[in-house]
Design a protein around this ligand. Structure first.
Ligand SMILES: *Cc1c(COP(=O)(O)O)cnc(C)c1O
Length: 435
């Protein structure tokens, strides 16, 4: 099946003249059309709001595109809160879904007026102690334990996950929060990651809606929102069928009408915190072939490495690769695969491979490769091992022009944190003098 890059070879050659490889390239048109589809799929729910999971891609330029459509930010750390705050996104436009939360994080969440989503019952007292009174609008995260299953099999193992409260704790937490002044309560759960099925959100919604009805009846709390969180996946592999957000939205609507409406809770708002689904397919890592090496296997060495995209090294995750200029095979996505390569970066780590034993068209030195679906958990999971510096980020506008939205790291960025000790300061001085 086809998996076609959102740029042509000619376009990419021109872009790579303007911006040296490697870089993450983002597709503004794709981001906008998808955001519009999400908005339309849930338009039946007047309070619907997407809180973009900032951890998936913390680039303010990209977040601001989603914010144009009313999307807020789902933050999970102090710096993510700072980013949202600095963008002028505050109050109930921020969902603070953290865990193992430091005091400073809660303090800033309180200061920004964010909706705090408590991961644990003990965090309620902790929040009051470090950040002040319980806000009027708050949320609790639910963990049902056991295995989470859909008709087509086991999706994930909540019983083994560190997040959320047990059902018993959730009821107790709601009573505590109401007693301490909370007026608008919400529930949240994240039970499976990267689900490539239209059934996940509807199934999760039914679980949370049932729970919301019981919580409202038994604790007297006013449940005003249900947060389906993230977990809606994307087809990393070409043979996977993409999710249809309209089918997902309709599935959630059916559960809403069957469970919440009869309980007199038709005013509940649906929230979500999608990250991967909002950005994943609309980013790619553009990299150039530096070396070709033939030993016991055939290797293609590129100028990107796991510091730009760690998912393959970390989880063995599949990312489709297109050799630009070889898109004209029978399926239009690639020429016939005539070679088998490991595509490697330059880290001194043997797992620094974007692909292992991948059947691909023949690759030559200087060829441009597109590594697909890096828009979420790509740049954001980057790191600096081996003193390798993280790449730039470039936004491809709808009119075909490009904008640098984050420059590549420089050695000065890498050395900047050494400025605290005499040897570090000396080294920084020497670097300055030598350059
Ligand atoms: C990671 C995360 C998300 C986003 O998940 P995706 O799978 O990228 O949609 C949303 N909410 C919370 C609390 C998360 O930890």
């Amino acid at each position: 099946m086809a998996k076609t890059p959102f740029v042509s070879k000619d376009q990419l050659v021109a872009i790579a003249k303007q911006f040296p490889t490697p870089f993450h390239l983002y597709d503004e048109a794709g981001i906008r059309r998808n955001m519009e589809a999400v908005r339309d799929a849930f338009a039946w729910n007047p309070g619907f709001k997407e809180y973009f999971a900032v951890k998936a891609n913390p680039n303010p330029r990209l977040i601001s595109i989603l914010h144009e459509y009313g999307a807020g930010c789902d933050c999970s750390s102090e710096t993510e809160l700072m980013l949202a705050g600095a963008m002028g996104i505050a109050g109930h436009d921020i969902m603070f879904s953290s865990n193992d939360t430091p005091a400073d994080d809660f303090r800033l969440a309180a200061k920004l007026g964010a909706i705090v989503n408590f991961d644990d019952i003990s965090h309620i007292d902790f929040f009051e102690r470090v950040a002040g009174p319980i806000p009027k609008t708050v949320s609790c995260r639910f963990n049902p334990g056991g295995l989470f299953q859909l008709a087509n099999g086991i999706m994930d193992n909540p019983g083994d996950s560190k997040y959320g409260m047990t059902e018993e704790q959730l009821f107790e937490a709601f009573r505590m929060l109401v007693e301490r002044g909370a007026e608008n309560l919400g529930i949240h759960a994240f039970l499976a990651s990267n689900t490539v099925t239209n059934d996940y959100y509807p199934a999760l919604a039914r679980i949370l809606f049932d729970l919301a009805v019981r919580l409202q009846r038994e604790t007297g709390a006013h449940v005003t929102f249900v947060n389906l969180s993230g977990g809606v996946g994307i087809p990393y592999r070409p043979e996977q069928e993409p999710n249809d957000i309209h089918v997902i939205g309709e599935g959630v609507r059916r559960a809403f009408e069957e469970v919440l409406v009869p309980a007199g809770m038709g005013d509940v708002s649906i929230f979500c915190e999608m990250g991967r689904f909002m950005m994943g397919p609309y980013g790619c890592l553009v990299t150039r072939t530096l070396h070709e090496k033939h030993i016991y296997k055939d290797y293609i060495g590129v100028d990107a490495s796991a510091v730009d995209l760690i998912r393959p090294a970390m989880y063995g995750a599949y990312h489709h690769i297109t050799v630009m200029g070889q898109e004209n095979g029978p399926d239009k996505s690639s020429a016939p695969a005539t070679s088998t390569y490991d595509i490697t970066g330059n880290l001194c780590e043997n797992n620094d491979k974007f692909a292992v034993d991948r059947a691909l068209p023949r690759i030559d030195i200087d060829d441009l490769l597109v590594i697909h679906d890096t828009g979420a958990h790509g740049y954001s999971m980057g790191y600096n091992y081996n003193g390798r510096l993280r790449s730039a980020e470039v936004l491809l506008h709808e009119d075909g022009t490009c904008e640098l939205i984050r420059r590549a790291e420089t050695p000065a960025d890498y050395f900047a944190t050494l400025d605290v000790a005499p040897t570090g300061r000396q080294l920084l001085n020497n670097l300055k003098n030598n350059s």
